[in-house]
Design a protein around this ligand. Sequence first.
Ligand code: CIR
Length: 252
Amino acid sequence: MFALTHLPSPRMADCLRMHADGPPIDAARAVRQHAEYRRMLARAGAAVESLDANLEWPDAVFIEDTAIVLDEAAVLCSMGHPARRGEPAGVEPALRRIREIERIELPATIDGGDVLRIGRRLLVGLSGRTNAAGVEALAAIVRRHGYAVEAVHVPGALHLKSACTALPDGRLLANPAWLGDGVPREFEIVPVPADEPHAANVALVGDTVCAAAGHPRTAEAIRALGFRLETTDLSEFANADGCTTCLSLLFA
Ligand code: CIR
């Protein structure tokens, strides 16, 4: 498994934030936490590469949002927020080395954080960043590779994957309070405790579950299900509404 990451921008303190009155972002601490994040992915078995092409973009570290990397193609996103629209071009050369490139264009918008892959199914969040045209455009691209696309409303979170990610057995770890109708009924949901609302975002490296530290009850539940869990402190990224998956593009 490969993990493509992007170093935090020296301008990260100017990044987008849902709560601008939150604690200030410490860019130097973010750099240290990012190094630990890369070590966590490596412990889980990933070969980790870091890009530095987008350092002038404050949100560059959240590389997951720039593209959707499937086995057959890499789809460059038409990012939902204008302040991030320059990022996919910086990531493109690295993706071009590993996949055929497809792209989604305005007025369609889509962020990679809204795309959850479970086998040959893609659940795609309709969020503040991804619109119906973005879901349609992705469906048109991936249909020929045999993927089914299903839209899920995300009324309570920045992206679908802030509210819901998959466990290694295909169950969904989710914060139901942030999800609307639309999660297909056949998925079994493992709800996170109400006092750990940010705990539903985990990244899978093989069968290892990688997560942000600080969610002890969710960690216990994941271990009780029999999964190997690795954690690291991602508090500076959480201050900027980012989570575990946001910091990498993972692919085989
Ligand atoms: C943003 O608002 O775009 C960034 N500050 C955070 C992006 C987090 N990405 C994700 O949830 N996939």
